[in-house]
Design a protein around this ligand. Sequence first.
Ligand SMILES: [Zn+2]
Ligand SMILES: [Zn+2]
Length: 142
Amino acid sequence: MADKHRGTCFCGSVEVEATSAPLEMGYCHCASCRHYSGAPLSPYLLWRAEDVTVTKGADLLGRFNKTGMSDRQHCIRCGGHVLTSHPGMGLTDVRPPVLPGVAFEPTVHLNYAEAVLPIRDGLAKLKDFPAHAGGSGETVPE
Ligand SMILES: [Zn+2]
Ligand SMILES: [Zn+2]
């Protein structure tokens, strides 16, 4: 039986369901994520796109795709971030608070070369993205 996780945006208008387990959990430090979220880093749960479904309020999702890689989606009622789909990769990031039943256990920091807030948690710090995702796969010091 597959795991099912459900949750909502900040106001509850948009409902999301995810099945199975995230492929990866971590933080992105890139300038785009920081600027979009207003935070010094951006936590994510990464899933196969087909494992994430918006079950209510899909018509309330505002979308913005600045680079063509990341279709960032938020609730137009409350402004809360919901998810970011990466159509070219078949992947979807969900903001961890949207799926509170998933224990957030990050394993990696992405785009740490752009970090403005150093995090000394002993986890891998990738310069950009993993090699399997088209990045350099290089690590940088904390
Ligand atoms: Zn909302
Ligand atoms: Zn980012």
